[in-house]
Design a protein around this ligand. Structure first.
Ligand SMILES: [Zn+2]
Length: 153
């Protein structure tokens, strides 16, 4: 007598719940948004300051310890570059009635840049090198949307 193996295969969906997590460095960064504060972290070797914070300095290949080298920074910066687009940032299929200006802003005292909308600035007024300031949301909750954008100063 031969033994028959019975193999059962079930086809279907596997449900898995995920919580998106940005990591310990970004957690600390966003936690400070609740206080309307910008922090960066500094490479102990070359002195570069990162906003958003990084775990490793790409230039020196040195790990920046999580509990060290944090620096308080102002909520002002310099517009390094920009683009003007009629498309929404999170949905490229829907156009906005008015073109919006997206800027790459280097926070004063940092060596990197973050990208946010430029508010109340007409496309023809935008210039690289202009001074800008963060427009915080009224009730910050510790996430990227706490920064509404940057305004001209
Ligand atoms: Zn470095």
């Amino acid at each position: 007598m031969s033994e028959n193996k019975v193999i059962v295969a079930n086809k279907g969906m596997v449900r898995a719940d995920f919580d998106f997590w940005v990591g310990l460095y970004m957690d600390k960064f966003y936690d400070n948004f609740e206080k309307k504060k910008i922090i960066g972290n500094k490479c102990q070797k070359c002195g570069d300051v990162f906003v958003p914070p990084r775990k490793i300095c790409g230039k020196c290949n040195v790990v920046i310890p999580l509990e060290e080298n944090w620096v308080d920074l102002p909520d002002t910066g310099i517009l390094k570059n920009y683009t003007i687009t009629p498309y929404r940032v999170n949905d490229r299929t829907s156009r906005k009635a008015k073109p919006q200006v997206l800027g790459m802003v280097q926070i004063d005292g940092s060596n990197t840049a973050i990208i946010y909308r430029l508010l109340n600035i007409k496309p023809e007024e935008v210039k690289t090198g202009m001074k800008v300031k963060i427009e915080w949301s009224e009730k910050p909750k510790g996430d990227p949307s706490d920064i509404k954008g940057f305004v001209k100063i």
